[in-house]
Design a protein around this ligand. Structure first.
Ligand SMILES: O=C(O)CCC(=O)C(=O)O
Length: 406
């Protein structure tokens, strides 16, 4: 304040202005949290809401950009994504065939109505918030921004049906920023400073075993808690932690020091899990915004129903689909996914998946957590992601290294 008054500005209204700004910020954070439960950001909701208003004339993308006060470039990517998610469609404008009008789909209309009604139930900002001191406001904001969200019934259903699921904003921004900073501090900005004990062609891993770590621990436990909901066993079976690691897929155009700049061809993880039963899953968390050209995950939806189909090293120069081409008659291949920082995908260790080359010029930063059902027993085999020393055949893997976390 004294800085501004020294400039000769009238600062008598600054405190009120700052307070109003903070209440607005709290409200936006709170609304964003609610939108994310429905798989949208607050900006997506504003966009759909603008299309939901009854107007004499439908909006074109240029009208919408002006209404929302955003650039055409920022709007185009968002429109494409919402169109792909079947929340809006375009129809050609009658006078100018090159232009298009935007319309909500029935699902878009449903969301535009559902979000305000869930806001009335779940909004934590209320009339009392306006009277909070700035210290109380900061505490509330920090808590709101750091809140982990749970998987929704719709996401659980998608996982059960398809063997994988996308979890928008699964880890809050603050934690993702800390994870990325830790990864870069240990692996370097280029993601290749560490030398893994076992180098992989498809990414450069750094195993963390971070359960006790102040930043990694809560993220791992968040995965464990939600893995239990995704597993959806009727028997009261918990979730056992197995490993967690940073994985930097390195640019394919540059030579790599320890591998890690290749693609991850179609495969399942099950054969590398050393477990006597299915139910294991991988949480794959994007630490930055990731577009398909950085080598993101694609899935063969529903392939988890077809049982184990071999270890990824057993197809010679080919991949799982060369050995089981008939899968393509039954299962749809998804596009490589796009992620915003904090989005995750989770795949069952029986779901066939792949990730392409990283065609960008920087590393693809991800953090992965691998879990199994707590009643899984060691099948006597080796495991790719963890050490099986000390495990006993046909007994649960309750070695102290693998605690139940969900
Ligand atoms: O991140 C990748 O490139 C592949 C990941 C993968 O195959 C897995 O998580 O099982």
């Amino acid at each position: 304040m004294s800085f501004y008054s020294a400039l000769g500005l009238d600062v008598s209204y600054f405190a009120a202005l700052w307070h109003t700004f903070n209440v607005g910020h709290m409200l936006a954070t709170d609304l964003d949290r609610i939108c994310r439960h429905h798989g949208l950001s607050i900006a997506d909701f504003n966009l759909l809401g603008a299309l939901g208003i009854d107007r004499p004339r439908r909006l074109r993308p240029t009208d919408l950009a002006a209404t929302l006060r955003v650039s055409q470039a920022a709007l185009s990517a968002r429109l494409l994504r919402l169109e792909r998610n079947r929340l809006l469609v375009r129809s050609p404008a009658t006078r100018d065939r090159r232009a298009s009008f935007l319309h909500l789909t029935p699902e878009g209309v449903r969301l535009v109505k559902a979000i305000p009604s869930s806001a009335t139930q779940h909004l934590s900002v209320n009339s009392r918030s306006v009277r909070l001191t700035s210290r109380e406001m900061n505490t509330q904001l920090r808590e709101a921004e750091a809140t982990f969200r749970d998987v929704t019934p719709k996401e659980i259903e998608h996982y059960r049906e398809q063997g994988w699921v996308k979890l928008k904003a699964f880890v809050p921004e603050a934690q993702v920023a800390s994870l990325l900073a830790i990864a870069k501090a240990k692996m370097g900005e280029a993601g290749d400073r560490n030398a893994p004990p076992q180098a992989f062609s498809y990414f450069n891993p750094l195993t963390m075993r971070g359960l006790e770590h102040p930043v990694l621990g809560p993220v791992i436990k968040h995965c464990g808690h939600n893995a239990r909901a995704l597993l959806a066993r009727k028997a009261p079976v918990g979730i056992r932690y197995f490993t967690d690691f940073f994985a930097a897929k390195l640019p394919s155009a540059k030579p790599a020091l320890h591998g890690g700049n290749g693609s991850s061809d179609w495969h399942q993880d099950y054969a590398a899990s050393a477990s006597d039963r299915s139910g294991g899953m991988v949480f794959w968390l994007a630490l930055t915004d990731l577009a398909p050209e950085s080598g993101t995950m694609a899935f063969l939806s529903g392939s988890h129903r077809f049982g184990p189909m071999g270890h990824y090293t057993t197809y010679g120069e080919g991949n799982l689909l060369d050995a089981y081409p008939e899968l393509l008659d039954h299962c749809a291949v998804t596009e490589p996914q796009s992620y915003e920082a904090g989005d995750a995908t989770v795949h069952s260790n029986l779901c066939v998946h792949s990730a392409g080359l990283n065609r960008t010029c920087g590393p693809r930063w991800t953090y992965m957590v691998i879990v199994n059902p707590a009643d899984a027993c060691w099948n006597g085999g080796p495991a790719d992601a963890f050490d099986t020393t000390g495990l006993r055949l046909h007994e649960v893997m309750d070695d102290g290294r693998f605690p139940v976390i969900g």
